[in-house]
Design a protein around this ligand. Structure first.
Ligand code: PBG
Length: 335
């Protein structure tokens, strides 16, 4: 039946959507478990599996629980895990992070022993280990107490070696110190770890979306905020290029943008500027909690929202995604 408003165009985009078989053929992006990384929070104790109140479904776990978890994740064919240590005692220097018997060192050893084929990344930073909650050593700078960049570099080099000796497969510095990748690279190379790759949190914004993570890692700054080291969301977008360029010059093997969903433009900018570099994005805690909260109220379909978001992050240009949904996606949501 001809309608009065018959479409005059020869091209009808709907032809490529008109049945499920056609839609499947033109599917360009796909969520696969081997490109997803699951963050895990490790704490002291035995048999501890404590849910984070602002992140339903995410837990702090003790080493024994971690071991069971990584075995499951290995079987799910995930891209890997990224471990965050939460020590029982925090101090000014974050010394637990610098000990081969600290929580993160033991967590890496146990995880690698339990699941040798599961890629184990570590977050290299101090905020989970310091009593003040900042990402490095403090000093008086211009009349204010601030994180001292170059003292922190020395500490990061030491922390990198702790993780490397424990058996981490890849290190991910997240503190946004200038020169952090170079300092870690030198330390690794001088100590027989030339083969270990660095995934730099090269482009990390000072973001309100990290709020729930700080509950999980008990890492809220006790005074001030992180705006003197993490990037300013309102600064020119292209400053991200500079950050990434520096890290790559210092030897970063891969780079990451963080957060993900409010920064898809930045992901795309990185993809276009550094097409040769594997690019990751961190779908952060606040992005998790928002969807989770709405889903718990029945306001959003969690599975559909998450899978659509992961596709959006890929389409922007990040092939590797750190997400709190990694396990759920691999275990329950992929056909
Ligand atoms: C710092 C670190 C943070 C996150 C990952 N690494 C927190 C921060 O910078 O305050 C945030 C991750 C998230 O929000 O999910 N070690």
């Amino acid at each position: 039946m001809n309608s009065e408003y018959e479409n005059p165009q020869p091209v009808r985009p709907r032809r490529l959507r008109y049945n499920p078989a056609v839609r499947r053929l033109v599917e360009e992006y796909r969520v696969v478990p081997q490109r997803l990384i699951q963050p895990l929070f490790v704490c002291e104790g035995v048999g501890v599996k404590a849910e984070i109140s602002s992140m339903p479904g995410v837990y702090q776990m003790s080493l024994d629980v971690l071991c069971d978890e990584v075995k499951t994740l290995q079987n799910l064919n995930l891209g890997g895990i990224i471990l965050f240590g939460i020590p029982a005692e925090k101090d000014e220097e974050g010394s637990d992070a610098l000990s081969d018997e600290g929580i993160i060192a033991r967590a890496v050893r146990e995880a690698k022993a339990a699941a040798p084929n599961l890629l184990c990344l570590t977050d290299v930073c101090f905020c989970e280990y310091t009593s003040h909650g900042h990402c490095g050593a403090l000093a008086q700078i211009g009349g204010r107490i601030e994180v001292d960049n170059d003292t922190t570099l020395e500490m990061l080099a030491k922390q990198a070696l702790v993780h490397a000796r424990a058996g981490a497969d890849m290190l991910a510095p997240s503190g946004m110190m200038d020169g952090m990748v170079g300092a870690m690279r030198d330390a690794l190379d001088d100590n027989g770890f030339q083969h270990l790759p660095i995934l730099s949190y090269a482009v990390k914004y000072a973001s309100a979306f990290y709020g729930p993570f700080r509950d999980a890692a008990e890492s809220s700054p006790q005074f001030g905020d992180r705006r003197s080291y993490q990037m300013q969301p309102s600064a020119i977008a292209e400053s991200a290029i500079r950050e990434a360029e520096l890290d790559l010059m210092e030897g970063a093997d891969m780079i990451m943008v963080k957060p993900a969903l409010a920064y898809l433009d930045i992901i795309r900018l990185m993809r276009e500027h550094f097409p040769e570099v594997p690019l990751a994005a961190y779908n952060v805690s606040g992005e998790y909690s928002m969807v989770k909260a709405a889903a718990l109220r029945g306001w959003l379909d969690e599975k559909a929202t998450v899978l659509e978001s992961l596709i959006a992050i890929q389409r922007a240009g990040a092939g590797i995604i750190i997400t709190y949904w990694a396990k759920k996606v691999a275990q329950e949501w992929l056909p």
